[in-house]
Design a protein. Sequence first.
Length: 218
Amino acid sequence: MWQAIFDDYKAKGFMVLAIAMDTPDAARPWIEAAKPTYPCLIDRDHHVADIYNMVNVPQAVWIDEQGLMVRPPENAGGSDVFRQMDRQARTLAPDLVAERDRLKARYVAAIRDWAANGPQSRFAMDRDKLKARLRPADRSIGEAHAAFRLGTWLLRNGRSDDAARHFTEASRLHPQSWNIWRQAATKDQSGLATGPAFFARVDALDSRTYYEQVNLEG
């Protein structure tokens, strides 16, 4: 997805900057397997999530040539369709696959429109609309990121028990952040936190969304 968009619009100055909020050992194999030609960074301390108040992946921010934000941090094509999967087989029914792909294609089409048309794109927000969409972090979220970064430092220095306590506190302070929760969660053989604890947390959402759907033109 991102490689194709980058290839199609790089001549216009369009750039993709992908940032993995994970440890280098976990993220590097995925980056190397994809072989992207755009820059990829690994942010193990979640500085980007702290700056932009990101809570999940994939999320994206659109920034123009002047360094100004034209769309806020938001879900970048993900959907809650996965919640209806056959969890034993890890498969989706054909109609659900079609719905997942439709939602992703809708977001991709918006990016392509912006890459092609810049400020004339109907998906680029003016200042007032952008301010209405932004969600500034409160004090507890700031404290959560501080606790998380302390936890990552402790983990790097061999103090896993102390790190776990700070990760737990970070999640308590910022329960909406799947990024914080996922970093300390048990991973499967693929390095993903998609086991029983993940689905138990997803089920606890009830009617709330895992991926907030984006009103692209609103």
